[in-house]
Design a protein around this ligand. Structure first.
Ligand code: GLP
Length: 240
């Protein structure tokens, strides 16, 4: 794992955006795995700026998202589909048909998971951007007794629902289930770019890098990936 130290959130965002932009410049039709949450928002802003300055072309890029809440329509402003449009896609020249995300309104869960896994096979990711949940989840792969292989429907843990509830009216209104790319899907990306910011993530980041590989800390499996770039700020790295 390569560790890139950033001063603070803005510095982390700049460094992460530079890596994504380099990937797209080197291979204009890159398949980029994209993440939601507050962590990547700054990097997305930097990418938008690069695009607006004429230095970054998304016309051949394919974006494949990690996860989506079950039960939220695409036009719900808390859906991850909406998030991606709002924070990145609507501001760059990516083609709508090149943006992929699980369908939160799918009728058949198994069928939707199968569909997404087939899609991942046809679109091997050159670079997978990841944030880190407070409990060590990646995508929405929560701590568990086993590593989930393929795309799956997850029952979110209380700590995740609590963390996500800041975006909803109440805990009750916060979705309790989500579709997520599985650990196998995430690990199949050629390069993984993990971004972590803030003191609240320091302990879990320490466990991810130095602790045992265990499904109780799903992100610890990244220790087995051959090409992980961790971009983290001083606060997040404070226990390393
Ligand atoms: C959600 C997303 C994850 C994200 C995590 C951390 O659970 N499904 O992909 O990494 O939140 O969010 P934040 O970046 O806001 O701390």
């Amino acid at each position: 794992m390569r560790i890139i130290r950033a001063k603070d959130y803005n510095d982390m965002s700049r460094k992460a955006a530079n890596i994504i932009a380099a990937q797209i410049t080197l291979k204009p039709d890159s398949v980029i795995g994209l993440a939601t949450g507050s962590t990547p928002i700054g990097a997305y802003k930097e990418l938008i700026n690069k695009h607006k300055e004429g230095n970054l072309d998304f016309s051949e890029v394919r974006g494949v998202n990690l996860d989506e809440y079950k039960g939220l329509t695409k036009d719900n402003d808390q859906s991850y589909d909406y998030f991606m449009k709002d924070n990145l896609y609507n501001h760059v020249n990516i083609k709508a048909e090149n943006c992929y995300i699980p369908n939160g309104m799918a009728e058949d869960d198994d069928e939707e998971c199968r569909r997404y896994d087939e899609l991942l096979e046809t679109l091997p990711r050159d670079l997978q951007l990841l944030g880190l949940g407070l409990n060590g989840h990646i995508g929405f792969n929560e701590p568990s007794d086993v590593f989930a292989g393929g795309t799956n429907l997850v029952q979110l843990t209380d700590s995740t629902i609590e963390a996500n509830s800041r975006f909803f009216e109440s805990y009750e209104a916060t979705p309790k289930f989500a579709y997520t790319m599985g650990i196998k899907g995430i690990m199949s990306a050629r390069t993984i770019l993990l971004c972590v910011s803030g003191k609240s993530k320091a302990q879990i980041l320490h466990d991810l890098v130095n602790g045992p590989i265990t499904p109780q800390v799903p992100a610890s499996i990244l220790q087995l990936h051959k090409d992980v770039i961790l971009v983290a700020d001083e606060d997040a790295l404070s226990l390393m």
